[in-house]
Design a protein around this ligand. Sequence first.
Ligand code: FCB
Length: 441
Amino acid sequence: MTGTRAFPAGFRWGTASSSHQTEGNNQNNQWWRFEQQPGAIAFGQRSGIACNWWANVEADFDQMAQLGLNAHRLSLEWSRIEPRPGEFDEVALDRYRAMLTALHERGIQPWLALHHFTNPLWLEEMGGWENPAIVEQFTTYTEKVVQHVGDLCGHWLTINEPLVYLGQGWLRGVWPPHHPNLLLALRVYRHLLYAHAGAYHAIHNAQPDAQVSVAKAMRHFDPARPRHLGDQWAARLRRYLFEDLWFSATLDGRLLPPLGIGQVDPQLANTLDFIGINYYARYQVTFTPNPARLFGCEGYTLGRELSDSSSRGPYSQFDPDGLGIICRRLQPYGKPIYITEHGLPDQDDDQRPRWLVAQLTELHRLIRDGADIRGYFHWTLVDNFEWNDGWTMHFGLIDMDPITQIRTPRHSATLYSRIAHANALPDNLLARYGMGSSGEK
Ligand code: FCB
């Protein structure tokens, strides 16, 4: 294609979402229970009916089709599928079948995540991810799901952001079960690995051709003071714990300290068919002598443009080359790469178009230089329930009022649609966002 930067044929342009953030009335999981506590969520907000997707997701699937999207990533709500231990709800499973069929009818390839931060209450009460029983429980749930909807889905993410889930629950302690404890965190780390592996094998036993991975949150950490040994070490420690340990276990089966002594477990080895990257943030790390904080405080680079803020401060900093740095770092693993989430809270949409074009330009450059990047899933289609931040963070291409449920597309929706329809970054669009003409960079 001339005058544009084309993406490879078959590139996936999608959006990503999760069950609890969109379906509404997920009353049987630990997040719903947490939301009822005063002060738990910003301004006392709750997920409520969320985006009403359980009742009517089809209208938003129509929107995706109109935007020209050819993929969508959603998650299954375990608490709906297995409301009591060992009891599977066929009506809920059929509802998911209907959703997957509706996506296919619109030419949208479904991708399914089996776990996106929420657990059935019964599981939480049995100790959840701290109890080694989780590995078998998660595997059994996966088997049931694959039996019921597997014919409609070939792309799977076992666990969304396993180490964010771990960090929020067992390091920072700000999400249920609120157990900040390093020893428990290590135990949960192992359970996440083995539950992922159990689900990986369960899917492949039923569907040998399935593509299975996790959506791995990736962050880039720079030492705040580049020559400061403590800052360098704290930044490196993060990468070791959140990347090296995870990829060594899931690619080579090797459990590095403190998860193991370097022994290889074949059950874990080769359990990523591709690498799924969720990327939002790059941080600077300053050393602090506190093991509970992993010896560092995280902040942003002075002078960088910052995004909308939650109660804890700006959500992210403008980082045009961040996604590229992460992809380059993961390329040597030799697996296809999908960006399984990427987005920005920007209620008035004055930053998202520029940020999006900058990051996609970087992705295009990498692909042109030979990287095997096969798809991009924007977080998210419509504003949804953003965990502790409730309804205050607006990640949607489409604005949505949770009370009236009225949807209003942002300019970003039009922009993303142009790119998806063209499967390219048109030159005039690049010029408008100051990214130069094709071949220039
Ligand atoms: C990711 C989560 C997703 C959403 C976005 C903004 O870390 O996977 O549920 O909260 O951040």
